[in-house]
Design a protein around this ligand. Structure first.
Ligand SMILES: [Ca+2]
Length: 503
């Protein structure tokens, strides 16, 4: 399951012009996931939650942060992730950076001086693309098609961060219809809110991954009634306590194996201060795989553990006598992979089944892992955090045998918070087929990674290329894929776009 270290040649680009206004945008951007004002503090968890609720007040509406306001600097932490930490390899430049905000899911290392040039290389020679606005909704955060809905595109369901789910009309010329409202169950401060959704493969239930009013993670299955969602019949599948308001993960999808996969961040704060990344006895900092349609009926669980999970049968938290008291075998059976920091978005390649995980970095490196289906998704993989940030040693000295390094990284000269997307399998942009589409929340630029199907590796020297389309800075929060494989961009400029040929 171990793959060799990939010595990634990091594409060097010159920094973009970083005007004061853009810095201000990033300050506001940090509030989507809410700068968590005490990001680095971490010494008082309970107080942190209170403080962050206060910090998040300005976001407790369904409208998106407006990039022109930029007056929320008081919400930013005097940053934390860097100074005085115990990690010798943390980004040294960050120690002088007092504007380290936390857009979306990370702590960007903002340039301290204005770069003077925009990137000039890494552009594609392929046909130009465009982003076509499809619909406007406040803070759209997840878009999925409902299986079995007939039309080629599939009925598209959009979840907004505030906790509302909308279905788009088939021809997109009518207003979307709201089919579920759980805005009373969640709030949108810090990195909270409705974070992820997945339909079960038969389209009969909608699973929602959100943070509740205590800022803990909840995965709830709602039955569908016609095209609407029956809120009163919601069944809690999994609850996970959160020690801090950020790094909640949130991605969720049924894999080609029929099981539900979901991502959990390391719990929050900075430097994995709660020690979850390498802790197999915690569901945090991990990619989980469960069977939510079969309940083991023990304790609070309403799911079953797939028999071939890497740590299945070792320890059941509802049965303290299970497993072996040895710490190694206390690994929780829900875990498929661990060592994640904040795997905000992952997706399965619908053709190959490969699992693409975009893990948001701390001060320096954004990273992409691929768990190849042909390698049984690297069962039990250790994604490295906080031993490694990207390919760079971050803490400790141990080198676990199960370590899987990223297939691609980029540094904070190019962005500050990765937003994972999908491998393109649509039909409208032939040259993009097989390309992993992703981007950076802060920069708003979309990128592609070409995969060589012959060896399941990157085909373009480990470098991403520009798709030539962008959304405003600090808005690129998510991607969606419809039933036909066409891709959508969800932006906190309150717009859902479809990626199309520029013609
Ligand atoms: Ca958290």
């Amino acid at each position: 399951m171990t793959r060799p270290t990939r010595l990634v040649a990091i594409h060097t680009v010159t920094r973009q012009i970083m005007t004061k206004q853009i810095v201000a945008w990033l300050v506001v951007a940090s509030l989507w996931a809410g700068a968590c004002g005490t990001e680095d503090d971490g010494t008082n968890v309970d107080n942190t939650k209170v403080v962050n609720i206060n910090n998040a007040d300005s976001l407790n509406s369904t409208s998106s942060p407006q990039p022109t306001t930029g007056n929320n600097s008081s919400n930013n932490s005097p940053n934390s992730d860097n100074p005085n930490n115990n990690y010798p390899n943390a980004n040294s430049s960050a120690s002088t950076n007092t504007q380290n905000n936390n857009p979306a899911t990370h702590e960007p290392d903002l340039p301290t001086q204005n770069p003077s040039e925009a990137p000039t290389s890494n552009t594609t020679e392929n046909e130009p693309l465009t982003l076509t606005p499809v619909i406007s909704l406040p803070d759209p955060i997840v878009l999925i098609p409902r299986p079995g809905t007939g039309n080629q595109r599939g009925d598209l369901y959009v979840g907004t961060r505030a906790g509302r789910v909308w279905v788009l009309s088939a021809d997109e010329d009518e207003s979307p219809e709201m089919v579920l409202d759980i805005s009373d169950l969640t709030e949108t401060g810090c990195e909270n809110g409705l974070l992820g959704m997945a339909f079960d493969p038969d389209g009969h239930s909608l699973y929602i991954h959100y943070t509740d009013l205590q800022q803990d993670s909840q995965i709830v299955a709602f039955p569908m009634i016609g095209h609407r969602v029956l809120k009163s019949q919601g069944r809690t599948v999994l609850s996970v306590s959160q020690p801090h308001c950020n790094h909640n993960g949130g991605s969720m999808a049924f894999g080609p194996d029929g099981y539900l996969w979901l991502s959990m961040g390391d719990g929050g704060g900075s430097n994995d201060q709660f020690g979850h990344g390498q802790n197999l006895n915690s569901l945090l900092g991990a990619i989980l795989r469960i069977d939510p349609k079969t309940s083991t009926s023990t304790g609070t669980n309403t799911y079953a553990i797939p028999a071939d999970n890497p740590f299945a049968g070792t320890f059941d938290p509802d049965n303290p006598d299970s497993g072996n008291p040895d710490s190694e075998t206390r690994a929780l059976a829900e875990i498929w992979a661990y060592g994640a920091r904040n795997p905000w978005r992952f997706s399965f390649d619908r053709t190959t089944g490969d699992l693409w995980i975009a893990d948001v970095g701390q001060n320096k490196w954004e990273e992409i892992h691929v768990l190849w289906a042909a390698d049984n998704w690297s069962s039990g993989a250790n994604l490295g955090w906080p031993l490694y940030e990207g390919n760079e040693r971050f803490s400790g000295t141990v080198m676990p045998e199960d370590l899987v390094f990223p297939i691609h990284v980029y540094d904070h000269d190019q962005g500050c918070s990765i937003t994972g997307g999908y491998v393109y399998r649509g039909s409208s942009i032939a040259w993009l087929t097989g390309t992993y589409i992703f981007g950076d929340f802060c920069e708003g630029r979309l990128w592609g990674l070409k995969v060589d199907p012959a060896d399941n590796n990157l085909a373009n020297n480990d470098q991403h290329f520009e798709l030539g389309v962008t959304v405003p800075q600090a808005t690129l929060v998510s991607f969606g894929e419809d039933a036909a494989g066409e891709l959508y961009v969800l932006s906190f400029d309150d717009t859902i776009y479809r990626l199309e040929p520029a013609t």
